[in-house]
Design a protein around this ligand. Sequence first.
Ligand SMILES: Nc1ncnc2c1ncn2[C@@H]1O[C@H](COP(=O)(O)OP(=O)(O)O)[C@@H](O)[C@H]1O
Ligand SMILES: [Mg+2]
Length: 273
Amino acid sequence: MTRTITFANFKGGTGKTTNAVLFAYTLARKGYRVLLIDKDPQANATTFLLKTYLQDHEEPPAFDRYMLDGVKAGNLKSTIVSIRENLDLIPNTPTFHLYPKFLQKKFPGMSMQAERDRIFYFNELIDPLRADYDFILIDVPPTISDITDAALAATDYVLLVLQTQESSLDGAEVFVSYLQELIDDGKANLDIVGILPVILKADSRVEQATMQNAEAIFGKENLFENHVKTMERIKRFSSVGISNDDQHDHKVHNLYDAIIQEFMERIAELEEE
Ligand SMILES: Nc1ncnc2c1ncn2[C@@H]1O[C@H](COP(=O)(O)OP(=O)(O)O)[C@@H](O)[C@H]1O
Ligand SMILES: [Mg+2]
């Protein structure tokens, strides 16, 4: 059974892409077949994974088709790039900002049906890919937009990345009620698999206050027990790609092994209900 996971947060720049890529890498390393779809015109996940590919190869992979080419052709298969064993990517470029315009042209008008067609077109495109993967992970832009809505319409689970630097958690409840609205309108059928805290400075008071607020708002059971820590090596991965050689690499991979184990347990629990 394929699960489609979208990485989201309440504010931009909080580690969505980094976590989408590290989840994809770790799940693939554990033997799951993974596709990461880069749906952000900033294409950070694409750059991140192409650099990871270059960790094992002299030359970049040969490809000349991106997300938008597949969307226009009505077939995403020809845009898939293999990064490592079990890990594929649908790459993106800044031209993807034309995606909402393309959808407007393909499904014109203001009717409810046209709006639904625009939102669900992406879901239709990934349907034929589902059989090939255990996990399809989607990295989205930092704002709520047509691009994000279409990703959520195709999503089974949202993973919320919470940077604990912001004590107020402004936007958190708004975002969660936005998800609920999509569900109520029949535009999404998803669960929140959990809120993954990204700790910037351990032991700071702001962080502790944020965690307490988050527990009060979402319930302790909805927060991952494992936290992502700020690690120089994680930052480095995004500029040189993911490696798995020295002890600093291993420390990151050990952390993500634990996070993925918890992630799998959370999914199993949700699917038991
Ligand atoms: N755990 C971490 N430790 C150190 N740096 C991190 C960590 N997570 C993210 N970063 C850095 O923070 C910046 C923003 O992360 P990114 O994943 O691109 O956020 P988003 O996709 O939400 O905009 C990047 O430079 C990234 O390398
Ligand atoms: Mg990003």
